[in-house]
Design a protein around this ligand. Structure first.
Ligand SMILES: Cc1cc2nc3c(=O)[nH]c(=O)nc-3n(C[C@H](O)[C@H](O)[C@H](O)COP(=O)(O)OP(=O)(O)OC[C@H]3O[C@@H](n4cnc5c(N)ncnc54)[C@H](O)[C@@H]3O)c2cc1C
Length: 399
């Protein structure tokens, strides 16, 4: 008689939590997701999903719907903060598909969360529990006893902490130092395309790079809206929460001296939110007995390679494959950690390394900027930074 599959509890119903839930349900596991919020929601902003992330979405049956909702921006360019001089970066269209098997999509975050959630709901609509904030857990008699803020305790065979950068599961396991402000923040807004001059409506992703900040914009939702994400270095964060409403005036001041196009984008944004970037030290391990971590809970990152959510998706598929292959929770969690930890940490280090390419004092001098951009943003340099990420196949990677 074959052994019953372990019952898996998941803390956190974000992109990572939903992906691993969908991948486990596909493999016949009993799964329960406990999400603190009273509804499943994502900030109304954009996110870039590279080919390796789309491969993971396809693995859980969430790619096709998302592709139809996403934007077919065809290429990416770098522009210098003050002169606006442009350099073509890489092709996001047919070339990405030919080379990596999947496109590079620019996606509206709520659409992404909905498509991974639908992949769970189609299989078991009762698997997701809202208003269910995890407060901690104990491992007792070969079971996980997960405590919820609403007074309930739920019991399962294993726990996956997908509860983001401030993870409670991480606090109960790794118990390391809390997240820290990265001395950088981001302005986020979504702009109706019609509010921009025609010359700025092109279906293209643009990275403006400057001495102390950078500005990224790309179209979403088949070109209906333009996502604006503007990072600026700030030694102190003086808001009470890690995100807050901001004003156009403050945002214009942060980009004083930048090209008019940047100020046009700021002016066209109906609303601007500011967010602090948080970072944590890399973990030497993810798994502790019957509990493990996934996504931002174990490897939060600066978003400068646009890979945080993509890694959470890859983690989800690989972890489900490990549980299916090994059956035993301990063996599966060790195999998952072996398969993922080095890649995740390499991505986080690579994203940190990008700071000096996005923000550099050489950009103040057009001659030095030319030289630096020619070297650091050349086709070969960019390919070297992304090739190992984009070519990964979470369905066949060794486990
Ligand atoms: C400005 C910015 C731009 C980015 N751009 C990109 C990009 O282009 N591409 C990319 O791949 N990544 C990007 N990222 C990173 C990406 O957003 C994250 O890596 C991703 O959201 C992580 O998913 P997650 O499911 O691990 O965590 P989260 O998305 O944080 O989800 C955690 C979930 O857990 C819930 N939760 C938290 N605590 C509890 C608790 N105690 N009990 C129950 N539920 C709980 C939360 O409510 C939430 O639903 C960006 C990030 C930022 C900040």
């Amino acid at each position: 008689m074959s052994k019953a599959k372990p019952h898996i509890l998941i803390a956190g119903g974000g992109i990572g939590g939903m992906c691993v839930a969908a991948a486990l349900l596909q493999r016949g596991f009993e799964v329960d997701v406990y999400e603190q919020a009273d509804e499943l929601r994502e900030i109304g902003a954009g996110i870039q999903i590279s080919p390796n992330g789309n491969r993971a979405l396809d693995s859980i049956g969430a790619f096709e719907t998302l592709r139809q909702l996403s934007c077919k921006s065809e290429s990416k360019e770098v522009r210098l903060w003050n002169t606006g001089k442009a350099w073509k970066l890489f092709d996001l269209g047919p070339l990405a598909v030919r080379r990596y098997g999947y496109p590079y999509l620019t996606v509206y975050r709520p659409d992404l969360l909905k498509s991974v959630t639908d992949a769970v709901m189609r299989q078991n609509p009762g698997a997701v529990h809202l208003n269910s904030k995890t407060t901690g857990f104990v491992e007792k008699d070969g079971k996980i006893h997960l405590s919820l803020e609403n007074g309930q305790t739920v019991v399962g065979d294993a726990l996956i902490g997908c509860d983001g950068v401030n993870s409670t599961v991480r606090r109960s396991t790794a118990n390391d130092s809390p997240p820290e402000y990265a001395k950088m923040m981001i302005w986020r807004g979504v702009i109706p395309l019609q509010a921009l001059p025609a010359r700025m409506q092109a279906s293209m992703a643009v990275n403006w790079i400057g001495p102390n900040g950078h500005v990224v914009h790309y179209p979403l939702r088949d070109g209906e809206i333009m996502n604006l994400a503007a990072t600026i270095e700030k030694p102190e964060w003086d808001e009470a929460a890690w995100s807050a409403e901001g004003t156009k005036k403050q945002c214009h001041e942060d980009y004083a001296g930048w090209h008019d196009d940047v100020h046009t984008l700021i002016d066209a944004a109906p609303r601007l939110l500011k967010w602090a970037y948080l970072v944590r030290k890399p973990l030497p391990r993810y798994s502790y007995g019957r509990a493990t971590l996934l996504g931002d809970a174990c490897h939060p990152t600066l978003p400068f390679l646009a890979q945080g959510a993509v890694m959470a998706l890859e983690d989800g598929v690989v972890l489900a494959r490990c549980l299916e292959k090994y059956g035993d929770v301990f063996e599966a969690f060790q195999a998952y950690e072996r398969a993922r930890l080095e890649r995740d940490n390499r991505m986080v280090a690579g994203a940190t390394d990008m700071i000096s390419r996005f923000h550099n004092q050489d950009y103040r001098d057009p001659v030095k900027a030319d030289e630096f951009i020619g070297r650091e943003w050349s086709g070969d340099a960019v390919a070297e930074r992304y090739e190992w990420l984009f070519t990964y196949d979470c369905d066949t990677a060794p486990i």
